[in-house]
Write a protein that binds this ligand. Structure first.
Ligand SMILES: Cc1cc2nc3c(=O)[nH]c(=O)nc-3n(C[C@H](O)[C@H](O)[C@H](O)COP(=O)(O)O)c2cc1C
Length: 208
């Protein structure tokens, strides 16, 4: 295991039609198998939605950063991610009496959206921002005592060229490694809309 690991990372991934995926498939290839990263594909592991709650809770206990990686579907997440949240973050584990297992852990959404960044503005087609749509995740995290990090967002996913996908793929890998190795100033990061923006600002040699 790499000596630099400061945060053990659990990536919970879901894509209901992975064979059609262009973006998520590439993001997965970049992070699956990294040192200090546990990767779990929910549709692969639980095709009948019978989630092993105790096993998932154990994974959460063992890790410091939870990443929810999925395409943005109907302004939210694929169904199995909601099922996972509903069942795994249960009373007495994630909240309520004795429910302190997640306090101090970090959580980040990593999503691809068909819409462009401009579509997610007041004068755009989706009106609300992605951060606004992700409010249920942010508030759930806060309710459980977790630190919610700005999301990793790939906009304009549908017509994106493979060369641009490759840039996001590499960027995602760099971000996961930087979080794992504790290289990001999390207080400073909170001032950014997306973690992409923070990373690109800090590492100016990068460009999208
Ligand atoms: C059922 C469904 C719902 C979707 N809902 C949204 C949405 O609410 N907002 C959006 O920007 N894109 C939406 N999209 C587009 C997907 O987010 C996009 O195709 C996906 O992120 C691309 O990633 P992939 O190549 O890994 O499939 C939707 C696509 C599908 C199939």
């Amino acid at each position: 295991m790499s000596a630099n690991i400061r945060n053990k990372v659990l990536i919970i991934f879901a894509h209901p039609a992975l064979y059609k995926s262009r973006i998520n498939m590439e993001l997965v290839k970049e992070v699956e198998g990294l040192d200090g990263v546990t990767f779990r594909d929910l549709y692969d592991e639980y095709p009948d939605f019978l989630i092993d709650v105790k096993k998932e809770q154990e994974s959460l206990r063992e890790n410091d950063l939870l990443v929810l990686l999925h395409p943005f579907y109907w302004y939210g997440c694929p169904a199995i991610v909601k099922e996972w949240v509903d069942l795994v973050l249960e009373y007495g584990f994630a909240y309520g009496r004795g429910g302190d297992a997640l306090i101090g852990k970090k959580i980040m959404s990593a999503i691809a959206t068909g819409g462009t960044e401009d579509d997610y503005k007041r004068d755009g087609m989706h009106y609300y921002s992605v951060r606004e749509f992700l409010n249920p995740f942010e508030r759930t995290a806060t309710f459980c005592g977790m630190q919610y990090l700005p999301p990793f967002v790939v906009h304009g996913a549908i017509n994106m060229k493979m060369e641009d996908i490759a840039v996001y793929k590499s960027l995602f890998g760099q971000i996961i490694k930087a979080l794992r190795d504790g290289e990001m100033d999390l207080a400073e990061l909170q001032g950014f809309k997306y973690i992409n923006d923070y990373f690109l600002e800090k590492y100016k040699s990068w460009s999208i």
